[in-house]
Design a protein around this ligand. Sequence first.
Ligand code: AMP
Ligand code: MN
Ligand code: MN
Ligand code: MN
Length: 314
Amino acid sequence: MRVAQRRREKTVSYTEFILDGHANRVYTGLIQMLRYDLHSHSTASDGTLSPAELVRHAAAQGVHVLALTDHDATSGLAEAARAAGELGVTLVHGVEISVTWGHQLLHIVGLGIDPGNDTLQRGLSGLRDFRVRRAVEMGRRLEKRGIAGAYDGALAFAEGPSIGRTHFARYLVAQGKAKGVQDAFDHFLKRGKPGYVPGEWASLSDAVKWICAAGGQAVIAHPARYKLSASRFRDLLVEFKATGGVALEVISTSHPHGATPTLANYARRFELLASVGSDFHGPGQSYNELGRLPAFPAGCVPVWESWNLPQRHR
Ligand code: AMP
Ligand code: MN
Ligand code: MN
Ligand code: MN
């Protein structure tokens, strides 16, 4: 019988007591708790740090395991992986896929994907084509509202292949049309506002299938941000699981305060693994700092449980 008792300390270390097979010897050793952040963005989508800068920032913040999850794009992963190798950060190859589920926009994160997988890349490529068509139309609509050059302006802010509303927001701020990114969304870019262009993203089952085809785990990103009734949310979890989804982001710094216990309950009840992420977009951007996440909820199984990451013995 192997009994392991783990004691959390205030720092990121804990002591592990292991009784051997005959329960007559005790080994102790300090093993560092790994700090995870499994949701972040770089300039490959709408983050403001390059992939290498993001990984450097993660290392400086004490993050050991970082997932780069750009919107509908994996082009930042190679650079991030190189930087991670140099800095001793474990990089998880990720992506955040835009999904239309009924009338609802959802984001599905893929963790541990193979970015070389054709099925995944064909899917993402279609979504990025839609992003370009949408951006052209957003430019037209904003032009009608007296905002000239928005498409070219947003394009200038988009350093990667995945142009999005945040790039328009930054252009609107630079033009003095909005006080900040949030203000730009509130007045121009949210659903029902002049620059909003509806459209069909991936279906939920396609997004999950692409992630699975690429060997990854599908995670419902920031579930507390969707304005779904409890019964609709349960429908989502059932459908997500049926198509192969495995995890729920129970901790996101983009969540409203107090969301975690409810989400942790859902994860337990629906036997979904639990993921955690800051949804970091860059210093001074919306939401929170990289790696500064609240405690992992008791009774949930972490999405990384099966990853076999090396423990860091000190
Ligand atoms: P897109 O995928 O191009 O439609 O843009 C979605 C991204 O815009 C999200 O990932 C956020 O980074 C950002 N975003 C969405 N809604 C808001 C909002 N209300 N305020 C600020 N940023 C937002
Ligand atoms: Mn974003
Ligand atoms: Mn998202
Ligand atoms: Mn995100």
